[in-house]
Write a protein that binds this ligand. Structure first.
Ligand code: PXP
Length: 243
């Protein structure tokens, strides 16, 4: 199974302090430097979501990632003309189309490709004509998977959020939904990815879902990095203060 690291949260930390001051020499942490570290640690790709409100990743982050990544760039985006034009200019390796809603804290729910079929079809065609592989971030439900196939997407990313937030019997049911969806999609010759809310604990169950090619994981990896690196960061500052 391959790992795509979602680096939006690195940009979130930077924007919390340096929004509007990205030219400052102090603007940190840099998501492009973070991506290089993730690649050196063995990840297979970098995922970044350029949101319409630019709350974390900025256009120039994507431009710099495109120029510097050694693995691949998976651009997550809503289906809007502005972001589509940008994607066609940048030409990431993959685009994952996601629903986007201004008030949400993070992507909520999957893309309704059944309801949005007419809006999605031309976008998918244009991306594919530019040589970009297209992924659709959808709920693990057969009608959405069938529509993803009909729309000609190469990849689906199963939304694992409901599973990640569930416990007990409900979690078992969500896992069963994911397993059946992965089987169904694989039968339709779709590449099956998954993402959202995957962490160091629930990965043990996610691993049991068949046919998964790639997981996109962000929040948990960045949270873990903060804790595993905090002691070292404090020691480094103490040394800089007193040595
Ligand atoms: N995949 C998609 C399509 C997403 O929207 C997100 C969240 O930005 C992720 C994966 C990563 O989710 P998390 O940050 O919870 O690991």
């Amino acid at each position: 199974m391959k790992l795509g690291v979602n680096i939006d949260h690195i940009a979130t930390i930077r924007q919390a302090r340096y929004a509007g001051m990205l030219d400052s020499v102090n603007a940190e942490p840099d998501p492009v430097a973070a991506a290089a570290l993730c690649e050196r640690a063995g990840c297979h790709g970098i995922t970044a979501h350029l949101r319409a409100d630019r709350r974390h990743i900025q256009d120039r982050d994507i431009t710099r990632l495109r120029a510097s990544l050694l693995t691949k760039l998976n651009l997550e985006m809503g289906n809007t003309k502005e972001i589509l034009d940008f994607a066609l200019h940048i030409v990431p390796d993959e685009v994952c189309l996601v629903p986007e809603n201004r008030a949400e804290v993070t992507t909520e729910g999957g893309l309704d490709c059944v309801g949005q079929r007419d809006a999605l079809a031309p976008t998918i065609k244009r991306l594919q004509s530019a040589g970009i592989r297209v992924s659709l971030f959808i709920e693990p439900s057969p009608d959405q998977i069938e529509m993803a196939r009909e729309l000609g997407a190469e990849i689906i990313e199963l939304h694992t959020g409901a599973f990640a937030n569930a416990t007990g019997t409900e979690q078992k049911e969500e896992l069963t939904r994911l397993r059946s969806a992965a089987d169904f999609a694989h039968g339709l010759k779709l590449q099956v990815n998954a993402g959202h809310g995957i962490n160091y604990t629930n990965i043990a169950l996610i691993r049991t879902v068949p046919h998964l090619t790639e997981l996109n994981i962000g929040h948990s990896i960045v949270s873990h990095a903060a804790f595993s690196g905090l002691g070292e960061a404090v020691r480094g500052m103490l040394a800089a203060m007193n040595d």
